[in-house]
Design a protein. Structure first.
Length: 360
């Protein structure tokens, strides 16, 4: 494995012992087994049951494996929206979800703020009462803006008939979520779970599936492949409708097992400690400044800073020390840097990164 510690925001640093988990899969001959076999079902069950424990997922939730987190955009819109969705847009990824909804032919509307800004009055936004789906991005990877779950819950209280879907792609398992106050969430494994890209995880509750049932009974569910009914039928048997990413699901089960042994509480404490270290560094270095002005809107898992040097220049300095950071996203590629703060990043490596950047 590479000696470089990747503080890039995804794909990112691999979780410790991934090489050992990979070898265990080879030793157990798991990567060639049929996805209908008992051996695969054991892998699938271990990942599902472990994730439920890690994030305290209620029994009325289902866990589905997809090709990516962005596939969840399609599945969510296709399965439950007939007419209207509403999107809180605070960066490139939340905007792409909104744009997909528009392209799907439904009436999609949005509240959009400028890059690096958050939302101060979510619960007071004008949303039509017949909106079927309200979409949030908890942690906008492109800008380092975070949306408070308390604001998300308040929106749920104001619009109890609407489904709430939350992008937790670059934050789970950090946030402690009250899943009774949302209906769906999704993430990918190449960020906080420290795995190679190529696996999305979609969480949906029974209320979400009931809404899909209503759409199906009305003859409006026109996407038979990977609709929630196909996904649920197979997931109830610890399977998937089509051949899944067996390697990544196995690795996910092992990483989740390690995270549960560490406990989610310790993961949160370490994340908070590293975030404070990084933000204190940004505050005290003349070459850097906060990209997100309001501290209440700053992400704990993707620290974004304005920088006098580009990420490319800084990575030349970091390379001899086997460290790498991420560039800004899109129009901010050369004017900002992004530093991931995921469970795979140790406090010691974070301190080493800060010490070297301090001398840059």
């Amino acid at each position: 494995m590479s000696n470089t510690v990747h503080f890039t925001p995804g794909p990112s640093e691999l979780y410790p012992n991934i090489d050992q988990y990979l070898q265990e899969g080879f030793d157990r001959d798991l990567y060639s087994v049929s996805h209908r076999s008992g051996a695969y079902k054991e892998i699938h069950k271990a990942a599902v049951e472990g994730l439920k424990q890690l994030i305290s997922l209620p029994d009325n939730y289902n866990i589905f494996f997809l090709g990516s987190a962005t596939e969840a955009w399609e599945r969510i819109i296709q399965n439950v929206v007939v007419n209207k969705s509403f999107h809180f847009v605070n960066g490139s990824f939340s905007k792409k979800f909104y744009q997909y909804a528009q392209q799907s032919g439904i009436e999609a509307t949005a509240k959009e703020v400028a890059p690096s800004e958050g939302f101060d009055s979510i619960s007071r936004e004008a949303i039509d009462s017949d909106t079927e789906l309200i979409c949030f991005t908890h942690n906008e990877t492109s800008t380092g803006v975070s949306t408070s779950f308390e604001d998300i819950y308040a929106t749920k209280e104001r619009f109890p008939d609407s489904l709430i879907a939350v992008d937790v792609v670059s934050s789970l398992p950090y946030p402690e979520i009250d899943f009774s106050k949302i209906d769906s969430a999704f993430f990918s494994v190449q960020k906080c779970f420290g795995l190679p890209a190529g696996l999305g995880v979609w969480l949906v509750n029974d209320r979400f599936i009931e809404k899909a049932k209503q759409k199906k009974e009305a003859g409006q569910l026109l996407h038979p492949h990977h609709n929630v009914f196909q996904l649920k039928k197979q997931a109830d048997a610890y399977q998937t409708p089509s051949t899944p990413n067996v390697l990544n699901i196995f690795l996910l089960s092992k990483v989740i097992e390690a995270m549960n042994n560490k406990t989610s509480e310790v993961i949160r404490q370490e994340t908070d400690t590293k975030a404070k270290m990084l933000y204190d560094f940004v505050a005290n270095h003349e070459d850097f400044d906060f990209a997100v002005a309001n501290p209440d809107h700053r992400s704990q898992t993707v620290v974004v800073a304005k920088s006098k040097k580009s990420a490319a220049e800084l990575n030349e300095i970091l390379a001899p020390h086997n460290l790498a950071i991420g560039s800004g996203y899109g129009e901010f590629k050369t004017s900002q840097i992004r530093i991931a703060n995921f469970p795979a990043h140790s406090i010691e490596d974070t301190q080493r990164l800060i010490e070297i950047l301090s001398k840059s």
